[in-house]
Design a protein around this ligand. Sequence first.
Ligand SMILES: C[C@H](O)[C@H](O)[C@H]1CNC2=NC(N)=NC(=O)C2=N1
Length: 102
Amino acid sequence: MTPLDAQTAREQLSHLPAWALDSERGAISRSLRFANFAEAFGFMAQMALVSERLDHHPEWFNVYNRVDITLTTHDANGLSERDITWARAADGAYAAFTRNGG
Ligand SMILES: C[C@H](O)[C@H](O)[C@H]1CNC2=NC(N)=NC(=O)C2=N1
């Protein structure tokens, strides 16, 4: 898979302000907080299905109501369009979860 060039990555990430770029690794990350474990796990279950659909899988860590996510494309050794697509979907899913009671 082809990695994004630096300029495209910067442009795409300007639309994803909650995500932090690790340019050394070619990865982005975001930490999410939910009302409780059930909400956090519900988000993960939803994004697990999205991951299968996109054939793109996160590196993530969950403890109680917190989900720490890192996205990188192993096949590209850096960031690809798939990371951006996944991050957008995650932002949308998270917004829906927090809207419904947070
Ligand atoms: C065979 C399968 O399509 C690949 O291994 C996919 C699966 N999910 C993946 N997820 C991520 N994050 N990076 C990849 O390179 C990747 N590759």
